[in-house]
Design a protein around this ligand. Structure first.
Ligand SMILES: Nc1ncnc2c1ncn2[C@@H]1O[C@H](COP(=O)(O)OP(=O)(O)O)[C@@H](O)[C@H]1O
Ligand SMILES: [Mg+2]
Length: 239
């Protein structure tokens, strides 16, 4: 028994993120929508986990909880050893800036910044500068020649690659990607994931970012280490 308890404690200590009995309800007019219902999820360092399920099943809510943007109504969310429910806004901002990288479905590049300024943004927000790192990531995603272009001068696929470089530039421990392939056909969707995988594979194994990726595309999810299947706010299975 003691052994099991110790093994359990070790597992939790080693995990990058631990979500336990997480519930979250939104008010919609007079009605309540259960976006998350007693969700349990552990993310180990360096693994890629796909959240799969139909629109409205709670994928984005779960990502928003992991990034500390949304707070739970019940249950706990631990990320990098921080209890997000108890953390101050300042602690959450620091966690997001230093440990988390986010890829949004609609890219969310800053329109009046160039590609290289967009990629450098997470570093600037953390008070850091690393032009060599920015240049190397831009080169890695095939956009060295586009560094001085604004998002409006880039194709959708190029903007997506800038967004990937930006999400990884500060060497986050956790990358959260909300349907990052949603606006692309499945061929470029697969390419985006391949690139994401290559970019994080450049770090040493102990520093490799874990990825939690929301998608409704089985072919995209097939590339992940684990698929967590959701429906109506619940985790209904895993493979
Ligand atoms: N800010 C919000 N206000 C009210 N309802 C919300 C809000 N965000 C999400 N929801 C509802 O919560 C449920 C889960 O949404 P979401 O996490 O966005 O699902 P998914 O990303 O899987 O499409 C849906 O029923 C959605 O309408
Ligand atoms: Mg969503």
């Amino acid at each position: 028994m003691k052994e099991i308890e110790r093994a359990g404690a070790r597992g939790v200590a080693a995990a990058l993120a631990v979500i336990s009995r997480a519930s979250k309800t939104y008010a919609r007019g007079a009605a309540e929508v259960a976006a998350l219902v007693e969700v349990d999820l552990e993310i180990q360092p360096g693994e890629m986990v796909a959240l799969l399920g139909p629109s409205g099943c709670g994928k984005s809510t779960l990502l928003n909880v992991l990034s500390g943007v949304d707070r739970l109504d019940a249950g706990t969310a631990l990320v990098a050893g921080i209890d997000l429910g108890r953390a101050s806004e300042r602690e959450l901002v620091t966690l997001r800036r230093e440990r988390i990288g986010i890829v949004f479905q609609a890219f969310h590049l800053v329109p009046n910044l160039t590609a290289e300024e967009n990629v450098a943004l997470p570093l600037s927000l953390a008070g850091r500068r690393d032009p060599a790192r920015v240049a190397s990531l831009l080169a890695r995603v095939g956009l060295a020649a586009r560094a001085r272009h604004f998002p409006s001068e880039l194709s959708g696929g190029e903007q997506q690659r800038v967004a990937l470089a930006r999400a990884l530039v500060h060497r986050p421990r956790l990358v959260l990607a909300d349907e990052p392939t949603g606006n692309l056909d499945s061929v470029s969707g697969a390419a985006v994931l391949e690139l994401l995988d290559e970019l994080r594979a450049e770090s040493s194994p102990s520093e490799r970012a874990a990825v939690v990726l929301a998608t409704h595309d089985e072919r995209v999810a097939a590339r992940a280490d684990r698929r967590v299947r959701m429906r109506d706010g619940r985790v209904i299975g895993e493979d």
